[in-house]
Design a protein around this ligand. Structure first.
Ligand SMILES: Nc1ncnc2c1ncn2[C@@H]1O[C@H](COP(=O)(O)OP(=O)(O)OP(=O)(O)O)[C@@H](O)[C@H]1O
Ligand SMILES: Nc1ncnc2c1ncn2[C@@H]1O[C@H](COP(=O)(O)OP(=O)(O)OP(=O)(O)O)[C@@H](O)[C@H]1O
Ligand SMILES: [Mg+2]
Ligand SMILES: [Mg+2]
Lengths: 465, 465
C-alpha cells in the first residue's frame, strides 16, 4: 500500500531548492546575495531613502579554493521591519509584504527566506537579524523549522535607538564557493549600479577587497503605487474572493470600488453588457453567474487599459546614462516603449543598444537583461529577450556584422508581475504581448544603430582613399 | 507601513500557476491531461498492472474555435487510492505518495492537484473522483479551499464493488483551447506509447474521434524499489531528521540502518574517518558534530555508488523497438549508459539515434526527450539534451549534414530525482554528471550512425557510376 505524506512549503523548497536557485555552493552564494540585496533595495525604494547597502562576505572555515563556510552580512538603510513580522519575514516561506499589484523586485515571498534556509541546512547555525523602523532596534536570532515552515526564535532583544537608525542588518553563514561565484556576484553589483544609480553599493569580499559603486545621483525614481486588480486579469477565484470580502451592497459599487480604472459610467456599461443589474447584491450571485461575469470581464472591450502608475520604469535618460557609464560606447540609442499589458498586468519595455567602446567582444551580440531593475545573469538562452535578439532580428538588415561588430542590446522590463518561468527569477517567458514589445523596441534602436553604422562606414571608406 | 501577508502553498501556485505549466487555456489543457495521465501510469506501474488508460475531452460550453469549457474524464485500472487519502491527494497541494527515493513520474505532490485547481478557478465546478483499491468503491465530489490549501468535500459516497474493480476515475471541467492544444496532446500520447508499450491508451477528443494506442506487450518493466538516502546526497537537515527520528542507539547501526548500501565494514571505516565512535549515541551529537559528519559523508570516497534497483530504465531493446515502431527508420542505434549518480541520486541515460524513414524533415536534428518515461514536449532549447545535441556535438565529424540528413536523437533519463528546472517538468538542468552521460551517449550512437552513413554514401557513389 502506498504511504501518503504531506509536506510543508518550506520542506518542498528545501527538497527542490535548485528550482529556487540554490542548486550548489557556487549558485547558492550568488542567489543568497542577490535575494538579500533585492530585499534591501526594495526596502529603501519603498521608503524613499537613497539606498546605502553594505555587503560583506567572510571566510569562516575551510579554504578559499573549495566549497567552504562563509559568513554573509548585509546592511541597509531601508524601511526596516516591525518586530512582530521579523521572525516570519525571513523565517517562514510565503510570508511577505510584496503580494500586491505594484512593481517590486520581490514577488514570491520566499527569496530571502531561502537564503536563510540554505545557510541553515549547510551550516546548522542561526541567522542574526537587526531591524528598526525608526523606533526601538530589535535583534533576533532565528532558525527555521523546515518541516512546519515556522521560525524558531532562539533569542529576541530590544534596545533603545539613540540616533533614530532605520534599516535592517542580516548575518548568517552558508556553504559557498566564493572563487567560482565571484565573477557573477561582481557582475551583479556592477549591473545593479547601472539600473539603480541612486544607490551606494559597498561590497567587501573574503580577501578583504573593497568594491564600491558610488551613487551618481540622489534623485529617486517615483515610487510605484499599488493598484486594484484589473478586470482583464480576473478569474473566478479572484472574483469570488472580492465578492466574499466586499462591504459593497450592490454590483455597481463593487465594480467601481474593487477594480482598477472602473468608473461609474464604465461600470454601468459593463453590467449592462454582462446582463447583471447594478443594484444587485454581489453576495446573491450564483456560482454560474460568477463564472459568466468573469468571462464577460475578459471579453468587454471598453475597460481602460491598466495605468502605469504602479510601475517605476528607468526612463530613457537614466537608461542612456547607465549604458554610457558602463560601456562608454561610440553610439547609444534608447527607447522606452509605451505601457502595455498582459492578462491585466501593466508592463513597460525599455530597450537600449550600444556599439563599440568597451562593449565586450564576444563574437556575438552581448545581451543585458533586467526585470524590475534586477540584473538577470543566468539562463539567457531560455529568455524571451534572447529569442528576440537571436532568432527574430535580421541583424544584417541593420548593417550589423555579427562577430565583427561589438554590439550590446539592453532590455529592461518592469511590471506588476514579471512573467518569470521559474521561482529563481532568472529568465522570462515569451508571453506574446511582452515579446511583441521587446521585438519592436529592439527594431527601433537597431534602426538608429544602422543609420550610425552606414554613416560610419561611408566615413571609413572616404578615409581609406 | 508595509502590510505583511502569509499565503498558503495552494494560493502561491494559484497566483503563479504559469510556473507549474498552467499559463493559458491551451497550455493548461495540455498540462492537465499530462499530469493526470502520468498519475494513472504511475498508479498502474506501482501496482504491476498493464495500464488501460482512457481519456475523454468533451466540449461543455462555448465553441470549438475559442477558449471554452471542456470536461476531462480520465479512467485507469491502477492501484486506486484509499478513501481517507482521496480528498487530500487531489485536493491539497504538497500531499502525495511520491516523496520517496524511487523512480516515479510524479515527484512534487502537486501536478494532479494543479489540474483540479485550474479547473476550479476557470469554471467554479467541483471535481468528481471515483477510486477503489479493490474493496469498496468510493466516490467524492470536491473543491479546493485555495486560501487554506485544504479539500472541501461536497459529497462522499461508498458502494459495494461487485467485480473487484480497482482503479481511479476523475471527471472535472476547465477552460481550455482544444484546437490549439490538440497537436501537443496527440504528440504526448504518441510519445508515451513509445516509452510505455505495455500500456493501452485510448483518447476520445471533443469531435468524438477515437485515438487508440494498443499495447505491443504485456511485459511490465521491473518496478522501481525504494532506496534509503545515499551519504553523498545528505545535508545537515536530512541528517538531523534521521538522528531525531532514529531508534538506533549507536552510530554504527545508524549508518547501516538509514543509509543506502552502507554495510558494517564501510560504516566502521567511515566513522573512523569522521572521528566518531561507533558506540556513540546519535542523539548526543552536538550541532557542530552533525555539520562535520555531513561534510565527512560527502568527502569519504569509499561509499559504494547508488544501486540502480530504484530505477526502471527502458533498456536498449525496448528503446530500439519504440524508435522503430514510431519512426520506421533506415538505421537505428541505441545505447544504455551505465548507471551514474549526482548528489547521491542514481540515474541512467539511454540514448537512441535514427536516420531516414519517417524521421520528420525539419531542417535540423529532431530531438525527442523523455524523463522517467514522460515525454517532454516544451522548452526544448532550455534543456540539457538540446545543449548537448546542438552545441556540443560536431555533427560533420559524424558525416551528418544538418539540414539535409533526416536525423533524430532520442534521450531518456531516469532517476530518483530528475533535475527539472521548473515545477512544470518540461526541461532538465545541465547538471555536470548528467550532461556528461548524455554527451557520451550521443557520441556513441552518432559513431554508429557515421559508420552507416559512410557505407551508404559509398554505395550511392557506386550506384551513380
Ligand atoms: N532588508 C529588508 N528590509 C525590510 N524588509 C525586508 C527586508 N528583507 C526582507 N524584508 C521583508 O521580508 C519579506 C520576505 O522577504 P523574502 O525575500 O523572503 O520574500 P519577498 O521579497 O517578499 O519575495 P521574493 O521571494 O520574490 O524575494 C519581504 O516581503 C519584506 O517585507
Ligand atoms: N490515478 C491515480 N491513481 C492512484 N493514485 C493517484 C492517482 N492520481 C493521483 N494519485 C495520488 O495522488 C497523489 C498526488 O498526486 P499529484 O499529481 O497531485 O502529485 P504527485 O503525482 O505525487 O507529484 P507531481 O506533482 O510530480 O505530479 C499521488 O502521489 C498519488 O498518490
Ligand atoms: Mg525577496
Ligand atoms: Mg502527479
Amino acid at each position: 500500500a502506498e504511504e501518503f505524506l504531506e509536506i510543508s512549503v518550506a520542506d518542498f523548497f528545501y527538497r527542490n531548492r535548485e528550482i529556487a536557485g540554490f542548486s550548489n555552493p557556487t549558485r547558492a552564494m550568488y542567489s543568497a546575495i542577490r535575494e538579500l540585496v533585492e530585499n534591501s533595495l526594495d526596502a529603501c525604494e519603498l521608503y524613499g531613502a537613497p539606498p546605502d547597502i553594505y555587503t560583506r562576505v567572510t571566510l569562516v572555515e575551510g579554504a578559499l579554493d573549495t566549497p567552504s563556510i562563509y559568513e554573509i552580512k548585509i546592511a541597509d538603510n531601508g524601511s526596516g521591519m516591525p518586530p512582530q513580522h521579523i521572525p516570519y519575514a525571513l523565517g517562514q516561506v510565503l510570508y511577505g509584504s510584496k503580494y500586491k499589484l505594484r512593481q517590486t523586485r520581490g514577488t514570491f515571498g520566499l527569496g530571502g527566506t531561502m537564503a536563510i534556509l540554505y545557510g541553515q541546512i549547510t551550516t546548522n547555525r542561526p541567522v542574526r537579524i537587526l531591524s528598526s523602523t525608526g523606533d526601538d532596534i530589535w535583534e533576533y536570532e532565528l532558525m527555521i523549522d523546515i518541516q512546519r515552515n515556522k521560525p524558531i526564535v532562539l533569542d529576541e532583544r530590544v534596545r533603545k535607538n539613540g540616533d533614530g537608525w532605520r534599516g535592517t542588518v542580516i548575518e548568517f553563514t552558508l556553504e559557498g564557493d566564493y572563487p567560482r561565484a565571484m565573477p557573477k556576484v561582481l557582475e551583479y553589483f556592477r549591473q545593479t549600479a547601472i539600473v539603480a544609480p541612486y544607490a551606494n553599493i559597498t561590497f567587501v569580499d573574503p580577501r578583504g577587497r573593497l568594491f564600491r559603486f558610488e551613487r551618481a545621483t540622489t534623485a529617486m525614481p517615483q515610487p510605484a503605487r499599488e493598484i486594484l486588480p484589473h478586470p482583464y486579469g480576473v478569474d473566478v477565484e479572484t472574483l469570488r474572493r472580492i465578492i466574499s470580502a466586499t462591504k459593497c451592497r450592490d454590483m455597481l459599487s463593487l465594480m467601481t470600488t474593487h477594480f482598477h480604472r472602473v468608473g461609474e459610467k464604465t461600470a454601468r456599461k459593463f453590467l449592462e453588457y454582462a446582463g447583471i443589474s447594478p443594484d444587485r447584491d454581489p453576495k446573491t450571485l450564483s456560482q454560474d453567474e460568477i463564472v459568466a461575469l468573469t468571462s464577460s470581464m475578459k471579453s468587454f472591450e471598453v475597460f481602460l487599459p491598466p495605468d502605469p502608475s504602479c510601475l517605476s520604469p528607468l526612463g530613457e535618460e537614466l537608461l542612456r546614462a547607465g549604458i554610457e557609464k558602463e560601456l562608454s560606447p561610440e553610439f547609444v540609442a534608447v527607447k522606452a516603449r509605451r505601457p502595455s499589458s498582459y492578462s491585466g498586468h501593466p508592463f513597460i519595455v525599455e530597450v537600449g543598444i550600444a556599439y563599440g567602446g568597451s562593449v565586450p567582444k564576444t563574437g556575438s551580440i552581448v545581451l543585458y537583461r533586467f526585470a524590475n531593475r534586477i540584473p538577470l545573469l543566468y539562463d539567457e538562452t531560455s529568455d524571451v529577450s534572447w529569442k528576440v535578439v537571436y532568432n527574430m532580428i535580421n541583424w544584417r538588415h541593420y548593417k550589423v556584422r555579427i562577430g565583427e561588430d561589438p554590439v550590446a542590446v539592453i532590455v529592461h522590463i518592469c511590471s506588476t508581475k514579471i512573467p518569470y518561468k521559474t521561482v529563481g527569477k532568472e529568465f522570462i517567458a515569451d508571453i506574446p504581448e511582452v515579446e511583441h514589445e521587446i521585438l519592436n523596441g529592439v527594431r527601433e534602436v537597431a534602426r538608429k544603430l544602422s543609420m550610425f553604422l552606414s554613416r560610419k562606414r561611408v566615413i571609413e571608406r572616404e578615409q581609406r582613399r
